[in-house]
Design a protein around this ligand. Structure first.
Ligand SMILES: Nc1nc2c(ncn2[C@@H]2O[C@H](COP(=O)(O)OP(=O)(O)OP(=O)(O)O)[C@@H](O)[C@H]2O)c(=O)[nH]1
Ligand SMILES: [Mg+2]
Length: 501
């Protein structure tokens, strides 16, 4: 079984000596020295300062309750382990787990009465402050479990939204997350108001409480409309940006969170500023870097947010502008963590999200990553099985020397497939065009024919279009290709081996 990732294995929490201090707040020894020095100067007690400044860490109880007869019940341990990783990423600590296979969710409390009582006992025993369900709760179920246990209840969707909210950096990501959170919150406003009603007393509060609830609904709906308008502007701006990039070969990394997408971008481009972390949702904002594939072939490679099982649909909907831009590439590079026991399910999840985004006819190259973690006696049969299933796959490691070479070669083949060998004729005085062909194309032969220069070179559609418009004669062997005016990337798909699964 895969060990929980993160800075600290959850079960090891709290570490000795830092009982209620999250790892991110543990000071570096050097800064401790500076702090103690300052503290001595002020005559203050440093330990007291640190403890009083630290917010309490949530102690979470996990609830996994798949339906009998569903596939999820077989993967219960793995799903809960993933939920633990999400909890860790959100900065809380898991203090216990409760599981049950259910025929169907109880409409009032999701779990049955007996299990809710068991949950109450466990909360007391573990001093838990938060309950997290792996499955989606209706607003009523969430409220009822909160009433029954007296503790805050979240479902997986809310937890993921929370992580996105803390990790969003750009204004666009913040807008998108806020929209998703408000959409999630709207049907749950009653539950939030009930809390206030309880603390302020019932009779006498009900009228104003309801009015306030209505006011809040209106305010939230108004903000949702505003955010949607702002995001529509973002979509338009992205569309313009996208047009500017037409003609350059673009590939996008997609895949399950933590599969190694950012590591691959870093490895291929050599860009050290790409953020890699053994946590879920390390990347939220798309990042594009140029990758030099050699022989005058380049690809603009974009990294983006990873997908996960039960990704809240509000989130997918509000991240649409970003994701559409990302997947509007010539090629999708689907990165799969081959060393993960659940890679097949993860691959299905990614395909489902891509379906949701309307991706049906994109060429996909599957990159099975982290093969350095698989012993060779397992790797060989796995490679055979995968190659039968998806012949268009490469097996890579972002961690080993030359581990990404098969992917680099596959990308080179893809870019070259987009650049047919063409015969180009231009006037001998066209020095600028000649330089452009040498800069962007792969020149195989060059000769003069009277007053003309004749070249045989691999060039892409965009360059071919520009040359034709400048008066050159370009023959790429396609019927009627000579006097064409298109410089779009529409031809990209035609030459690809389409491998959608
Ligand atoms: N052993 C091994 N570890 C890898 C490999 N590729 C990535 N990792 C590790 O896997 C973890 C996740 O890598 P990332 O590149 O951040 O994964 P990601 O797909 O970008 O993840 P998100 O941005 O969270 O969706 C990091 O700890 C990497 O060091 C690999 O080929 N082999
Ligand atoms: Mg990443």
């Amino acid at each position: 079984m895969r060990k929980p990732s993160g800075r600290l294995a959850l079960r090891e929490w709290p570490p000795e000596g830092f009982r209620f201090l999250p790892a991110s707040l543990i000071p570096h020894p050097a800064s401790l020295f500076r702090l103690s020095y300052a503290a001595v100067l002020k005559g203050a007690l440093i330990a007291r300062d640190l403890i009083t400044l630290t917010p309490p860490i949530e102690r979470a109880l996990l609830v996994g309750a798949p339906r009998k007869g569903t596939a999820a019940r077989h993967n219960l341990d793995e799903h809960l382990e993933e939920l633990e990783q999400l909890v860790d990423t959100a900065g809380a600590v898991v203090v216990g787990t409760i599981t049950q296979q259910i025929d169907r969710p109880n409409p009032a409390t999701y779990l049955g009465k007996g299990k809710i009582e068991e949950l109450g006992t466990l909360i007391d025993a573990k001093d838990a402050s938060l309950i997290i369900f792996d499955d989606e709760l209706t607003p009523a179920q969430g409220k009822n479990v909160e009433d029954a246990t007296g503790k805050r209840v979240m479902d997986r969707a809310e937890l993921i939204l929370d992580i996105f909210a803390t990790r969003a950096r750009t204004s666009e990501a913040k807008l998108q997350v806020e929209l998703a959170q408000l959409e999630y919150m709207l049907p749950r406003l009653t539950r939030m108001w009930t809390h206030l009603e309880k603390t302020r007393g019932g009779i006498g509060m009900r009228g104003p409480g309801e009015t306030q609830l209505e006011t809040d609904r209106r305010l939230v709906s108004h903000r949702i409309r505003q955010l949607k308008e702002k995001l529509a502007d973002v979509t338009r701006a992205r569309e313009i940006q996208r047009q500017g990039r037409r003609g350059v070969f673009r590939a996008s990394l997609v895949g399950y969170t933590n599969a190694g997408k950012s590591s691959i971008l870093r490895g291929l481009s050599g860009a050290r500023d790409v953020f890699v972390e053994d946590r879920l949702f390390a990347t939220l904002d798309p990042l594009t870097r140029e990758v030099d594939l050699g022989e005058n072939n380049r690809v603009l490679l974009t990294d983006t947010v990873g997908f996960i099982r039960k990704l809240p649909h509000h989130l997918v909907a509000s991240f649409r502008a970003t994701l559409e831009e990302v997947i509007d590439a010539d090629l999708l590079l689907h990165v799969i963590d081959a060393s993960h026991v659940g890679w097949e399910e993860q691959r299905r999840v990614v395909n489902t999200v891509l379906d949701e985004l309307g991706v049906h006819d994109k060429p996909v190259l599957h990159a099975f990553n982290k093969i350095d973690r698989i012993p060779s006696e397992t790797l060989i049969p796995l490679q055979e099985r995968i190659t039968n299933l998806l012949p268009n796959s490469v097996f890579v490691s972002a961690e080993t020397e030359s581990g990404l070479e098969p992917l680099r070669r596959a990308l080179l083949a893809k870019t070259r497939a987009l650049k047919p060998v063409s015969e180009i004729r231009l006037g001998a005085s066209e020095g600028r065009l000649l330089a452009e062909i040498h800069r962007l194309g792969e020149v195989m032969e060059q000769r003069t024919d009277g007053a003309e220069l004749v070249l045989r070179a691999r060039i892409d559609e965009a360059l071919a279009g520009r040359l034709r418009r400048a008066g050159a004669h370009v023959d790429d062997g396609k019927k009627g290709s000579s006097p064409v005016h298109s410089d779009g990337d529409g031809a990209a798909n035609a030459d690809h081996a389409v491998d959608i699964s």
